[in-house]
Write a protein that binds this ligand. Structure first.
Ligand SMILES: Cc1cc2nc3c(=O)[nH]c(=O)nc-3n(C[C@H](O)[C@H](O)[C@H](O)COP(=O)(O)OP(=O)(O)OC[C@H]3O[C@@H](n4cnc5c(N)ncnc54)[C@H](O)[C@@H]3O)c2cc1C
Length: 400
């Protein structure tokens, strides 16, 4: 097994590293105090994505005609690794870049690709995901938001919930029921909806982190042009699943976990135990080592998937494994951080006693949410069991 990159890739890595050294945004003190959806924070995040894009480092593997560079996966992997190493801020347009963008490349019309893909890359347009409804989460195919095709337009009525970023998103990729008489997986379509359309109302929900991270979204006679249908009418379930695979890979990125673990090690060096740095404490070292082994296992699992992609081998249930393993590991990393902090763990960013900017209590709550978002751990285990290990399918509820 050879895990080294060929020399030309290492030369590219040096260029990326040098660029990041020069261009990484500073973190002004006031920024941490701004609300999650404060327009100043959003503007700053958009500027960072735009800068990274202009340097040529966003979605490099996308086709050139839609703003990408047609680069190979190794090139993108190097950029991802260097962003982690530099502790770069995450991209605000992640749902566009990693979820709807790849879906449009696979299923979109030429017109849709040319219209939407370049503006995803530049962060000119931010996307949100309209899948979940009050009675359709794990059982997503039960969704009831209705879209009726009248002439050349869909008329959409219904409600979505837990819609992350909807309060500042420009567009939503949305699942709607277009045939209420068909079996539930067959009457669904995938629409692209302009969030400024008349008839849409958005109400932020407060997460346990205290942030307005997600929302309820209502549709009242919202008009959507037929040209914004992705894939075939009533065949949206297949398109929806393609996006879900991308979402699971995004949430299960080994690089995110590496970044979080690196922050934990820095914290351990900062904290003290009986007058010495906590990293010198044998119990702390054992905890860190146990986590480090899981982080490394994920890294090698990611390399294996990279090899599969290069060789054109099917990825199987890898996305569910990534999502399950990494979101649970991310949460365990934060639990270790809270243990290190002891009673300081409760201090949030507003407190003068907060260590590391009060980051860890927020990460603890946020990573718990990530175990649920994108399909819960139980659902990933069902997928791995049924589609990966060939275990018997779970009993389905009988139709009423
Ligand atoms: C932070 C966060 C962000 C989110 N962002 C978005 C977003 O942007 N867009 C969007 O559309 N949705 C979003 N969601 C919603 C998310 O996809 C759903 O919460 C998730 O799919 C679970 O659905 P539910 O909340 O309805 O729970 P339920 O489906 O009601 O599940 C409740 C419990 O039952 C378990 N369960 C359910 N079915 C089974 C089964 N068959 N076998 C075993 N256990 C089962 C679940 O694992 C869970 O523990 C977000 C959620 C979170 C937490």
């Amino acid at each position: 097994m050879d895990l080294t990159y060929p020399p030309q890739y290492e030369a590219f890595r040096r260029r990326v590293r040098a660029w990041l050294r020069k261009n990484l945004p500073s973190r002004p003190r006031g920024l941490a105090k701004l609300a999650f959806d404060d327009p100043r924070r959003i503007e700053r995040a958009k500027q960072w994505q735009r800068k990274l894009y202009e340097a040529g480092y966003v979605a490099m593997s996308w086709p050139k005609e839609y703003g990408g560079q047609g680069a190979d996966v190794l090139t993108q992997a190097i950029v991802d690794e260097e962003l982690v190493r530099a502790q770069a801020p995450p991209l605000i347009g992640q749902m566009g870049i990693q979820m709807v963008g790849p879906t449009l490349i696979q299923f979109g019309t030429e017109e849709q690709k040319r219209r939407f893909l370049p503006r995803i890359l530049t962060a000119e347009e931010i996307w949100c995901q309209g899948y979940s409804e009050p009675n359709a989460g794990s059982d997503l195919a039960s969704l009831q938001t209705r879209a009726e095709l009248v002439g050349d337009e869909f008329i959409v009525n219904g409600q979505k919930i837990w819609t992350s970023n909807a309060q500042f998103a420009d567009w939503m990729f949305c699942l709607v029921r277009t045939d209420p008489h068909a079996p539930k997986h067959h009457g669904i379509s995938y629409l692209l909806i302009d969030m400024k359309s008349p008839g849409i109302s958005v109400r932020p929900l407060i997460q346990m982190t205290g942030e307005r991270g997600f929302n309820e979204v209502w549709f009242e006679n919202v008009r959507v042009p037929r040209s914004h249908l992705v894939g075939e009418l009533h065949q949206g379930w297949q398109v929806a699943n393609a996006t879900l695979l991308h979402e699971r890979n995004m949430l299960g990125a080994a690089t995110t976990t590496q970044q979080l673990f690196a922050a934990l090690v820095r914290l351990a060096k900062l904290c003290t135990r009986q007058g010495r740095s906590a990293v010198e404490d044998p119990v702390v070292r054992q905890r860190l080592a146990a986590l480090a082994m899981r982080v490394e296992a994920m890294r090698y699992h990611a390399y294996r998937q990279l090899t599969d992609t290069i060789l054109g081998r099917p990825r199987g249930i890898a996305a569910s494994v990534n999502k399950l393993v990494s979101t649970e590991l991310n949460h365990d990393i934060t639990v270790c951080a809270l243990n290190l902090l002891g009673s300081y763990a409760t201090q949030t960013s507003e407190s003068k006693f907060a260590v590391d900017g009060g980051r860890w209590i927020r990460e603890f709550m946020f990573t718990l949410g990530m175990i649920i978002g994108g399909g819960t751990s139980e659902i990933q285990k069902n997928i791995i069991g049924e589609r990966g290990l060939g275990l018997p399918r779970e009993p389905r509820a009988l139709p009423e």
